[in-house]
Design a protein around this ligand. Structure first.
Ligand SMILES: [Zn+2]
Length: 826
């Protein structure tokens, strides 16, 4: 649990995928932050909140800082970077230890040495507690030191993780990679450190089960310690030697099979090409378009053409060709899989099932869910079943529109009704996109105008600041960056100011796409908040010399172990002690960049993405905690998307958008009619998409259930069965789409999380904010009742309290079912 993977969204598919038992694990924060660095946008096209009630438009009260904010983000990167620097050159993130790429591995080495001193202290023999009070004190001290150890390592690993993903200079990337690998290797050692495990386990066993309910401090300490213990045990640390060896062997197989599975999932070459007659294309698209589609390589005399179903032309034909037989052939070919791909997945799932049995659980889902809100596979099934019941009538309505479109099309082309002809009552997999396009074209009276000029990056950021001021009493101010502080020109720095507590954190924003930068958006935690004034650092050196420490038999000067990462502790009004401030980075890859005379303007989906990621960032800012392991987004991984998805509801509200949307040339507000047309267009057929997502989440559960260990397990038959039960569109014979469902590896029984958080966010928005999304009073309830706790309080209790629902506040299967009944559309 001392390892971590604070991955970016864009990379998550390739890295955050090692099994919980095998990847370097740091305390719970690891996984949580990985989820916070979300794949959200790649997971699904979300259902949008469609109808808005009429709300009173707020008066725009522009603060002077709004103007500065607006200007700073709308200034071209070169001009911004060239602004005179206020102070002397600095290191990356103002860290003196980070001035050159070589500093990275050097710092990782010193950090490892420093960590060894702390590990030695944690394992030092101590007198057994003689009373419950003494045991509680010893437990709190141990948790504090474990959290400090994890903060020490994460401080460097998180920085390295960011730099290796976003730095444009390959030397820096190399330095960051070296540091990352060095520290992950050490963390892997710690994850199986018997001394650390037994120390914590012994104290934990002395305390009664009711201890966490005694005080918020003990609850938070348990929130840190429990995942530590579970993670240790997930690595088989408590097993006898023979079983331990089997554990290691199975874990290795799972990693290898997982890699192969992901490689297969992204391997388009494995799909068989489809042979079509050129005349079929010419009849549908005309000779000129067919020539353009097939390219110059295919001479017109060639009548039989082979189409790769995963190529551009293959996808165009599968979506737009009016003949069902052409679409069917391409659909089946695109979703079929070689037997070897199916075998790899089946072996992976079986290995996971065996590993779960080995550590005493019934299934892999049991292993994956015990530290989530859901806790058990039965509870997830209850949630999905309730959500499916809620969604089915809506999905049927969507389907009915497609059926009508199909009937009209078949009547028009004379291809329906008769024997051997198309059945208008059934929408097959290969019909869905084709008839969705036809029905959408029929429903749209005129194309929507380009609204991006209303959303310059500066307008969106000043709007966000005004919105957070209205809701939480929190605003952004631009802070000048020092030379060397950031990794690319145009990275902006915001200080985050709370009206009561003063400065509470820092957000760096790296928004524009650039060569070599991964696509997608992510929120990186560079540093979590935690209390630091009660760190007993001197105690770490109690058994060492005054000026040296004995590490692995070598005397190391203490000066080498100090000043690793510089933190200036701060005091916040209303909180005891001094703390380290949270620092996060928002990384996006927006397409437009500012030029002379025109700012960078965002497309609507980019505006939504920015709000989503800002939901994570503000969670990190508000969720300041005693322990870094439960700060901000380091909460249960099936809860971490709630604050960010909630932001998508806010930005779909006219009252909130009125704070933001302003045409950069004319200064005009976005017409309400355009905005409502946009929202209704985006919510079209969303229930059908939800149906697909429910099916995928159910499949993910079934693939990680106990039955996988049975000899007759067949993933394709299971797919067909689950699709029949959960989807309104039938399974297509001959397909084995599960081999392309890459998230099965990374999520492994937790794919439901995103739907789950969507349901919670939709209900919270409808219940608390639909009438007035700018209510300061209700914003304060959300801030104090949920966001400020990070992972330091039971999320069921927090959400149940917020929406005044006792069933939810209790948690468990009934609460999961209740959330499913809410639906995800709000
Ligand atoms: Zn997210």
């Amino acid at each position: 649990m001392l390892g971590r993977t604070a991955r970016s969204a864009s990379r998550r598919t390739s890295t955050a995928l090692a099994s919980p038992a095998s990847r370097p694990r740091l305390p719970q924060g690891a996984a949580a932050a990985a989820a916070a660095a979300c794949t959200c946008k790649s997971l699904q096209t979300s259902a949008r909140w469609a109808e808005q009630q009429h709300v009173k438009q707020p008066t725009r009260t522009a603060l002077p800082s709004d103007h500065v904010l607006h200007e700073a983000f709308d200034t071209p990167a070169a001009a911004y970077a060239a602004a005179p620097s206020a102070s002397a050159p600095s290191g990356l993130f103002n860290q003196p230890a980070f001035k050159t790429p070589a500093d990275f591995p050097a710092l990782a080495h010193r950090t490892t040495l420093r960590a060894k001193v702390l590990v030695e202290r944690l394992c030092r023999p101590a007198p057994a507690p003689e009373s419950l009070e003494q045991a509680e004190r010893a437990f709190l001290a141990m948790v504090k030191n474990l959290d400090r150890l994890s903060d020490l390592l994460c401080g460097v690993i998180d920085l390295a993780e960011l730099v290796r993903n976003v730095h444009p200079d390959p030397e820096w990337v190399e330095g960051a990679n070296a540091a990352y690998e060095q520290l992950c290797e050490y963390m892997n050692e710690l994850n199986t450190h018997v001394g650390l495990y037994h120390g914590l386990k012994t104290l934990h066993a002395m305390l009664p089960a009711s201890t966490p309910t005694k005080s918020p401090a003990l609850f938070a300490a348990y929130a840190v310690a429990t995942p530590f213990l579970r993670d240790f045990e997930k690595s088989g640390i408590h097993l006898p030697p023979a079983q331990r060896a089997e554990f290691v062997s199975l874990s290795t197989s799972i990693i290898q099979l997982g890699r192969r599975f992901l490689q297969n999932a992204s391997e388009p070459d494995a799909r068989e090409p489809v042979c079509l007659d050129r005349s079929e294309l010419e009849a549908a698209f005309g000779a000129a378009m067919t020539r353009r589609l097939l390219g110059d390589d295919v001479p017109e005399s060639q009548r039989q053409v082979w189409i790769d179903p995963t190529s551009y032309e293959g996808r165009v034909l599968a979506r737009h060709h009016p003949s069902a037989s052409v679409r069917r052939a391409l659909f089946v070919a695109a979703n079929a899989a070689p037997a070897s791909h199916v075998e790899t997945l089946d072996e992976l799932l079986t290995a996971r099932a065996r590993l779960a049995r080995l550590v005493g659980r019934e299934s892999w889902a049991d292993v994956a869910l015990e530290d989530k809100m859901a806790q058990t596979p039965e509870a997830v099934r209850g949630f999905l079943a309730a959500l499916e019941r809620h969604n089915r009538p809506r999905a049927q309505q969507d389907l009915e529109i497609l059926r009508r479109a199909k009937a009209a099309h078949l009547a028009q082309t004379g291809t329906g009704g008769g024997r051997g002809q198309e059945d208008a009552r059934v929408i097959e997999g290969w019909d869905r996109d084709f008839y969705t396009d036809l029905a959408s074209a029929a429903a749209s009276t005129s194309p929507l105008p380009d609204i991006s000029p209303f959303f310059s990056v500066g307008a969106v950021f000043s709007g966000l600041s005004r919105f957070f001021t209205a809701l939480y009493g929190i605003r952004f101010e631009v802070e000048e960056v020092r030379e060397g502080e950031v990794w690319a020109p145009g990275v902006r720095k915001l200080r985050v100011i709370d009206e009561d507590e003063g400065r509470i954190g820092t957000i760096y924003c790296d928004l524009q796409a650039r060569e070599g930068k991964a696509p997608g958006a992510a929120h990186y935690t560079v540093r979590c908040s935690r209390r630091v004034d009660d760190d007993d650092t001197e105690g770490d050196f109690a058994t060492h010399g005054a000026t040296t420490a004995l590490i692995d038999g070598v005397q190391v000067p203490r000066s080498e172990l100090e000043n690793l990462l510089v933190v200036d502790p701060v005091e916040w009004k209303g909180r005891s002690g001094r703390h380290q401030e949270p620092v996060v980075v928002l990384v996006c890859a927006f397409g437009s960049s500012a030029s002379k005379g025109a700012p960078a303007c965002l497309q609507w989906h980019e505006v939504e993405t920015l709000h989503h990621e800002m939901g994570h960032a503000i969670h990190s800012m508000i969720g300041r905690n005693e322990y870094h392991n439960v700060a901000g987004t380091r909460c249960a991984t099936d809860f971490v998307e709630f604050p960010s998805v909630l932001m998508e509801h806010f930005v779909a509200s006219p009252a909130v958008i009125a704070l933001t949307a302003k045409h950069y040339k004319t200064g005009h507000a976005l017409p309400e009619s355009v905005f409502s047309s946009l929202l209704s267009e985006r919510s079209r057929f969303s229930a059908l998409e939800t149906s697909s997502q429910i099916m995928m989440a159910a499949l993910d559960q079934e693939y990680h259930a106990a039955s996988v260990a049975n000899s007759g397990f067949d993933s394709t038959a299971t797919l067909a069965d689950i699709q029949k039960r959960y989807h309104v569109i039938p399974y297509a014979e001959g397909t084995a789409w599960q081999t392309q469902f890459g998230h099965l590896f990374g999520y492994g029984a937790t794919y439901y999380s995103y739907l789950f958080d969507r349901a919670i966010a939709a209900h919270v928005f409808a219940y608390k904010f639909s009438e007035n999304p700018l209510s300061r009073e209700r914003g304060e309830e959300l801030k104090q009742g949920v966001l400020r706790w990070g992972g330091g309080k039971d999320p069921w209790e927090m959400i149940g309290g917020l929406v005044q629902n006792d069933v939810v506040a209790q948690g468990g299967p009934r609460a999961m079912e209740e959330v499913g009944k809410w639906g995800i559309e709000g």
